[in-house]
Design a protein around this ligand. Sequence first.
Ligand code: ZN
Length: 151
Amino acid sequence: MIRYTLLCEHDHEFESWFDNSAAYDKLQKVHLVDCPHCGSKQTRKALMTPQISGVRGNKQSPSTEIVHSTPNRQLQKLQKEALEMARKVRQHIQKNSEHVGDKFASEARKMHNEETDQRTIYGSATTTEVKDLLNDGIDITPLPDLPEDKN
Ligand SMILES: [Zn+2]
């Protein structure tokens, strides 16, 4: 176990225990180390030389790692569920609607103006097109982002 003295972006000082320096780096990178004073996740090590607990190791010393790991697991579970949900929404839309590619904006507008069949369509639009559609009161919803889309 390594104890680090940490500072958040508001310079609150607090201490936290980690299995090793790699464990700290990992948690810090994904912003799972948070300041107990203000909850900020922008934390950094205050000391260059961490104190390593001795062989006798004080079992009573507060281990914030336990405090951290419980919500983290819940968070991971929630993130997984959200991803599953997003995947289902996407699959449902792709199965039950018409893909119109980059003609999405003009098709949505035509539907809005009742110049074409009313149906569910999906496709891509530029930020400007999306803004225009919303400004014209055309109801559009972004498809949920999935990590595999970026592959
Ligand atoms: Zn703070």
